[in-house]
Ligand binder design. Structure first.
Ligand code: ADP
Length: 424
């Protein structure tokens, strides 16, 4: 094999391997290969165009090539590599579509036909936003596609689930990657159904056991008083876990139902009363209402999210500590509901995992205070339904601040306050 061909092959192989390896490290090997291959394809097609556009050499047949780009062997080599790479991308099960800055499809592989309904030559150079309008993917493209779209129905077959991402390529082109995640979605649905069914089945027997335990008076059987109290405590804990699992299942399957204007003043007053009842006078509890704004959302889910944050603050703050419940409108118009405590705090390396199911910093502390390990998962899901997110700041030994951030679009200002509000 000539040296230049060997070097080119090594360079190309190295490029594909490096990007695939990088993608493997972030657990996206197939997507990584697709990006690497597509970028190499673009580069090679650009190189070939450049070679072809060079002026014809004014040399006699006896001359050697004046410019390496004029070497017919190199052109043939590049063409062969280009074809090999195009075949590799064509064989990918993921759809790969090269888009210009106006969203016109410049090139796509055959999988784009099955997953996105694109056919050659009909859809070459068509505007993909227009082509897929009135679909979740079309809406996502129209909105800028800044974040990956995790689960969207395929345009041709709504039972097929797709995950999509848009990757900038060079100055004006973008690469659309679409992957069929139907199997994953089916497994996820099975998991959700299983958890919901088990929780539902456990609810009735647990209620019966708990009811009978309540009927037994420890004073009637003093020798079993300790055992009875233990059994009551544990059956109550199990019932709470089942309730929390059912709440999570409901939040996972619910899609933005029951939304209405939610008056914040009574909700905040309720949260304060609940905190005082749980604290039993062991903490200083204050309420700071900095804005008259209400929220648009589901009262039940908002209460569930906020009361979990409040009850955590009470449970993880030693007696004598302080808890502030704060509702404010930030300068950018977003709403912020914060619970600030002077409690145990959380070491930094735990913070990113706190919203995982059953994740606890200290299992014994959580259990002793009646925790199920599901509270912050519920908070995350309930906030997600409101396009809101949780922000956690904490210092071990100093305390924690949990803030639920609501988008400005969900803030309902009284007319006078809205008039006075700064224009963003
Ligand atoms: P749990 O029912 O165990 O409280 P959560 O999901 O509500 O479960 O919280 C997860 C973990 O986060 C808790 O076990 C606790 O370790 C930690 N945590 C939550 N809120 C606070 C807080 N305000 N202060 C300190 N730690 C907290």
């Amino acid at each position: 094999m000539p040296r230049s061909r060997l070097i080119n092959a090594v360079l190309l192989g190295g490029w594909l391997l490096a990007v695939t390896l990088l993608a493997y490290l972030v657990r996206q090997p197939l997507a990584g290969f697709a990006v690497a291959a597509a970028l190499a394809l673009i580069w090679m097609s650009w190189s070939m165009q450049r070679l072809r556009s060079l002026p014809a050499p004014s040399v006699t047949p006896a001359d050697t090539p004046a410019h390496p780009g004029h070497d017919p062997r190199r052109v043939r080599l590049l063409a062969a590599q280009f074809r090999a790479l195009r075949n590799a991308v064509a064989a990918l099960p993921d759809a790969v579509v090269l888009l210009d800055d106006q969203c016109h499809a410049l090139w796509f592989n055959p999988a784009a036909g099955a997953l996105l309904g694109l056919q050659r030559p009909l859809h070459l150079h068509c505007n993909l936003r227009e082509q897929l309008r009135d679909t979740a993917i079309g809406d996502w493209l129209a909105a800028g596609a800044n974040e990956p779209l995790q689960d969207a129905p395929a345009p041709q077959d709504p039972l097929r689930h797709l995950s999509l991402s848009l990757i900038p390529v060079g100055e004006s082109q973008r690469l659309l990657l679409a992957r069929d995640i139907s199997t994953l979605a089916r497994l996820e649905q099975m998991r959700r159904d299983f958890v919901a069914n088990v929780s539902h089945e456990l609810r009735t027997p647990l209620t019966v056991i708990h009811g009978y335990l309540e009927l037994l008076d420890p004073e009637d059987v003093p020798q079993l008083a300790g055992v009875l109290n233990d059994m009551r405590g544990q059956s109550k804990r199990m019932a709470q876990i089942v309730e929390d699992l059912l709440t999570l299942s409901r939040l996972e399957t619910q899609t933005g139902a029951n939304e209405e204007p939610v008056a914040m003043a009574p909700l905040l007053a309720t949260l304060r009363r609940e905190a005082e009842a749980l604290s039993q006078g062991r903490h200083r509890i204050t309420l700071e209402v900095e804005t008259p704004a209400d929220l648009f959302g589901s009262l039940k889910d908002l209460h569930s999210a906020c009361s979990n944050l409040v009850s955590n603050a009470v449970r993880y703050t030693p007696s004598g500590g302080g808890i502030r419940i704060r509702w404010e409108r930030r300068d950018d118009g977003n709403g912020a509901f914060s619970v600030i405590d002077t409690g145990y705090g959380i070491p930094a390396h735990h913070i990113s995992r706190l919203t995982e199911r059953f994740y606890r910093v200290s299992s014994s502390r959580s259990r002793d205070s009646g925790g199920t390990g599901l509270g912050l998962s519920i908070v995350k899901h309930a906030l997600g339904m409101h396009q809101a997110r949780i922000e956690i700041r904490s210092e071990p030994g100093q305390g924690s601040t949990f803030t639920a951030l609501f988008p400005a679009a969900r803030m309902l200002l009284p007319i006078a306050a809205a008039d006075a509000a700064p224009v963003d």
